[in-house]
Design a protein around this ligand. Structure first.
Ligand SMILES: Cc1ncc(COP(=O)(O)O)c(C=O)c1O
Length: 421
């Protein structure tokens, strides 16, 4: 690369990832093929519209790329329609609101401080500004309170309910959630951004057949490039036609919301990289990968519990752990900093009913998708739990943190990033 400044920064970031433990649960390490597709000439091409219906010439190759991505997504998740054009998870969610509700309509989602995403109705997000947003919570035990949620639906009569999370360590009961949505004839939207890879691997129940629409990012457990997809069932899409808001019209409603509703030209290099990741996720090895993510998270939870860590809900069913540090005499931000210095990247996070302010919460969130990609298993989780404990206990001791970071660096040599294998 001729740009030495950017080349140096890319190298520095690659080194940081290779020499440390990436434990932010929404992150992963993509394959060399995904990176190749992302860095291809496809990024040069404009192709507003959909395959066979473009506003630009020269689209024969990008049409084929998008068709492949759509077909692979449909097959992998078992749905009849897939839109692979959303630029990322937030615009995908925005498209769903745009497709299915009007400004001022009541919508529901899990509150950010209890694990939901900003786009699920946070007051300062578009979703809590344009719509009348009502937010549900977890109970004191950290589990989603389905009974309370049903009462709220009966009282507030939302037209659309988002279910999905950024910091929830348990599985979602999709059948029960659909029953709750049906109480007010609301659209049920499953945002499986965090768990898409687990759903593919059969390590988390699929919302297909329960949710009306499924949104997902492609860059988390699914291990693709940054991007997103919207999945649904219904009649073949006719995005040039205005249609009624009925379940059978979902493909058309979604496609029209993406373009002309919200976006212009699709990012074709990203679509190709999504197609590559979907092919990878359809290989038998990916099932083992998804199952191992959960096994690793459970082992890490077990080891941290032994070391007297307070885990929200007492453990995990998925890829992440939410740790309440209130018994450890350290706040989330300081633990995040200390772990970072020891070579372990996590993020500070609110815990349910957190007494501390959201910008300086009591907890940290960590997950196993990226570690599992590098080939780490239960045995390594025991060692990692020990490093986490040492770093938290010695969060003010620079010498010990430096020593830990050297140990982590040495350990990481045995587990190269996928692109370096
Ligand atoms: C559940 C959920 N939905 C949506 C998003 C938004 O994705 P993006 O950051 O790509 O906009 C995230 C990202 O963290 C998420 O966790």
């Amino acid at each position: 690369m001729k740009d030495k400044d950017i080349a140096a920064l890319i190298n520095a970031e690659t080194k940081r990832q290779a020499e440390g433990l990436e434990m932010i649960p929404s992150e992963n390490h993509t394959s060399a093929d995904v990176l190749k597709a992302l860095g291809s000439r496809l990024t040069d091409k404009y192709s507003e519209g959909y395959p066979g219906m473009r506003y630009y010439g020269g689209c024969e190759n990008v049409d084929a790329v998008e068709n492949l991505a759509r077909d692979r997504a449909k097959k992998l998740f078992g749905v009849s329609h897939a839109n692979v054009q959303p630029y990322s998870g937030s615009p995908a969610n925005q498209a769903v609101y745009f497709a299915l509700v009007d400004p001022g309509d009541t919508v529901m989602g899990m509150h950010l401080y209890f694990g939901g995403h900003m786009t699920h109705g946070l007051k300062v997000n578009f979703s809590g500004t344009i719509y009348r947003s009502v937010q549900y919570h977890t109970g004191k035990d950290g589990y989603l309170d389905y009974t309370e949620m049903a009462k709220m639906v009966k009282a507030e009569k939302p037209k659309l309910i988002f279910v999905g999370a950024t910091a929830y360590p348990r599985i979602f009961d999709w059948a029960r959630l659909r029953e709750i949505a049906d109480l007010s004839k609301a659209w049920l939207i499953a945002d499986i951004s965090h768990i898409a890879g687990l759903v593919v691997a059969g390590a988390h129940p699929s919302p297909v057949g329960h949710a009306h629409v499924i949104t997902t990012t492609t860059h988390k457990t699914l291990r693709g490039p940054r991007g997103a997809m919207i999945l649904c069932d219904g009649n073949a899409s006719t995005p040039l036609k205005a249609v009624e808001r009925k379940p059978e019209n979902l493909p058309t409603l979604i496609d029209r919301a993406i373009i002309p509703g919200l976006q212009g030209g699709p990012h074709n290099h990203q679509t190709a990289a999504i197609a590559v990741a979907l092919r990878e996720a359809s290989q038998p090895g990916f099932k083992r990968y998804g199952q191992q993510i959960v096994k690793n998270a459970k082992k890490l939870a077990e080891e941290l519990l032994k070391r007297d860590y307070k885990l929200v809900t007492g453990g995990t069913d998925n890829h992440l752990l939410l740790i309440d540090l209130s018994n450890k005499k350290v706040i989330g931000a300081d633990a995040e900093k200390a772990l970072g210095r020891a070579g372990v990247t996590v993020n500070k996070n609110t815990v349910p009913f957190d007494p501390r302010p959201p910008f300086s919460p009591s907890g940290i969130r960590m997950g196993t998708p990226a570690l599992t990609t590098r080939g780490m298993k239960e045995k390594e989780m025991v060692q990692i739990a020990d490093w986490i404990d040492q770093a938290v206990k010695n969060h003010q001791n620079a010498k010990i943190l430096r020593q830990l970071s050297n140990e982590v660096k040495e350990f990481c040599r045995q587990f190269p990033l996928p692109s370096d294998k």
